[in-house]
Each structure stands twice: as C-alpha cells, then as structure tokens.
Design a protein around this ligand. Structure first.
Ligand SMILES: NC(=O)c1ccc[n+]([C@@H]2O[C@H](COP(=O)([O-])OP(=O)(O)OC[C@H]3O[C@@H](n4cnc5c(N)ncnc54)[C@H](OP(=O)(O)O)[C@@H]3O)[C@@H](O)[C@H]2O)c1
Length: 282
C-alpha cells in the first residue's frame, strides 16, 4: 500500500513507517502540506496517489486552542473536511484520529464508542467537528479516538514529568483527572491491524486500563529511578496557582468495545510505560 500520512512529524505520525513496514509512507508535512488550505490538501493527496490516508495531523495544544479557536477549527474541523473530501474523491479509505476530550468526563465509567460526546474545551469541540466532517463526507472512514498520547518525540506528560523530576525536588500533579496513557507506537500498531479488517466506524483505541495524572507521574518516576517527590492536588487547587484556560474532563477513560470485537486491543498502560522507559533517552 501507498499510505499518505498527515501529521507525519508528530508523535503518532512518526511511528507509521515502523508500524507499516513493507508499505510506502508518503508524509504530508508543513510548509508544503497545510491542513488549513484546501488546495494544498487536495493537491498533495492527488499527487501522492495513495491507497489509504491516515489523518493524524491536528492542532493539539489544548490550552492554545482556547486562546485561538479560529486556528483550532480551521485545522481540526476544516482541515479534516478537506482530508475527507480528498480521500473520498480518490476512492480510498481514511483513518481520522480523535480524542477522549470529546467527552465531558462525568459518566463515572469508561466511555463506549456510542456514548454522546459533550466536549468541555475548544480543542474537544473542534475535534468532534472533525469527526462529524469525516463521517458525513466519507463512507469508508475509521474514526479512532485515543487518549494521553506519549512518545519519545515532542513534549508530552511523560517526558515533561521526566524533565521536571531531573530539575526539581518536588512536583505537584493533579489526582482527579483520569484516562489511559497511550504509547504512540502501540496505537500505530493497532491502527495497522484495524485497517487490515476494513470494518469502518468509530473505535476507542488506548492502552488498556486507566490511572490519574498523579499515578502516572509516580509510576513514571519510579520506573525511571528518579526520586523527586510527587505531591497530589485537586485540579481546582492546581488551577489556583497555575491558571489553565481549557477545562479537562475528570474521567475520560475510553472503553474499547468495537476494536476488541475484532481482536484489536492494546497492552496495559503500565507495561507500555515500562517498555517506553527501557529505551527512552532524553
Ligand atoms: N497527544 C495526545 O495526547 C492526544 C490525545 C488524544 C488524541 N490525539 C490525537 O491524535 C492525533 C495525533 O496526535 P499527536 O500527539 O501525534 O500530535 P502532535 O505530536 O502534536 O503532532 C501534530 C502534527 O500535526 C501537524 N500539524 C499541525 N497543524 C498543521 C497544519 N496546519 N498543517 C499540516 N500539519 C499540521 C504537526 O506538524 P508540525 O510538525 O509542522 O507542527 C504535527 O506533525 C491528533 O489528531 C490528536 O488530536 C492526541
């Protein structure tokens, strides 16, 4: 297969050449490829002549989206419209990445693929708009929601905790935000298995289990052998000292029902974190 990947420089996109070894990856990258320009998206997909598009590009700065909603919608909603139209015109399937932040986190149990979304932030609303664009405009589409992605590339919660723990004796981390940390490499492998099945629709693919940000920080530092103290605080308390513009869901853990029914499940988050830390070098 020839696979056109948007967001090819990102955490997930950069795992695709390894996950799809034996296939040809055509990366869509700025400045040549710009999700916010219709002609750029259409031209790049037409020129690539791919058999599949994986759309992992997005404006992922959750607080940045709150400050600049127009950029969020232009990238995450309109950009996805352009990608969906280009894939549809080419007659090829499409994978669109989305997020647990489409949910408000009040369910009190993991979210099923069919639960009603109710995003709390501009980022969540713009990603939900992107899902709807894709599902409306393209009938051969997988929408893959995931959560708390980390990888050796780019800044993410895990690498930030490692950096801060080597700079400070004490870290303050919220203990009332729950979801599943997801290793980008495991997610890329699951997407490869998913597209082999050709069963289109909405999927929840995260590493199995869930934890709080506080538990994730503690486990990360323990496995890395760092002895900074981790102090749990409520998100309300944390916001008093570190104002964050975007609201986050309290428990946005995703239940993978549709993928599991096809035999597609990701390993537990703890074993993924251990694997990551065994080879991670800052
Ligand atoms: N990170 C998470 O915790 C998380 C959680 C749930 C869902 N997701 C979703 O999973 C997907 C992959 O996330 P990720 O963590 O791999 O993201 P990431 O590391 O932030 O990478 C985002 C990618 O999108 C590209 N991009 C941004 N704006 C663009 C534009 N206007 N035109 C073209 N490319 C553009 C970036 O290119 P540059 O290199 O040029 O910036 C980068 O390659 C996204 O759809 C995200 O919404 C992520």
């Amino acid at each position: 297969m020839r696979i056109f990947v948007t967001g090819a420089t990102g955490q997930l996109g950069s795992e695709m050449p390894r996950a799809f070894a034996g296939h040809e990856i055509i990366p869509g990258m700025r400045p040549d490829f710009d999700l916010t320009a219709e002609h750029s998206v259409r031209g790049a997909v037409e020129a690539a002549q791919p058999d599949l598009v994986i759309h992992s590009g997005a404006y992922t700065d959750v607080d940045g989206c709150e400050h600049d909603p127009e950029r969020a919608y232009r990238t995450n909603a309109l950009g996805t419209r352009y990608v969906a139209l280009a894939a549809h015109a080419a007659g090829i399937p499409l994978v669109v990445l989305s997020t647990d932040y489409v949910f408000d986190g009040t369910k009190g149990a993991p979210y099923l693929e069919w639960d009603d979304p109710r995003p709390l932030s501009v980022y969540g609303r713009s990603k939900l708009a992107g899902e709807r664009e894709a599902l409306t405009l393209h009938d051969r589409c997988y929408v893959v929601r995931t959560s708390w992605v980390y990888s050796p590339r780019r800044r993410n919660f895990v690498t930030t905790m490692l950096r801060l723990a080597s700079e400070r004796p004490k870290l303050t981390v919220v203990d009332d935000e729950l979801s599943a940390p997801t290793l980008a490499a495991d997610l890329a492998d699951a997407i490869r298995r998913l597209v082999e099945r050709r069963v289109y629709g909405i999927y929840h693919l995260s590493n199995a289990g869930s934890c709080s940000r506080y538990e994730l920080a503690c486990r990360t530092l323990a496995l890395a052998g760092l002895d900074a103290e981790v102090v749990p605080v409520s998100s309300e308390e944390y916001r008093q000292h570190n104002p964050l513009p975007a609201r986050r869901p309290a428990n946005s853990t995703l239940q993978n029902l549709a993928g599991a029914a096809l035999g597609i499940e990701l390993p537990p988050w703890e074993s993924a974190l251990r694997r990551f830390l065994e080879s991670y070098r800052p």
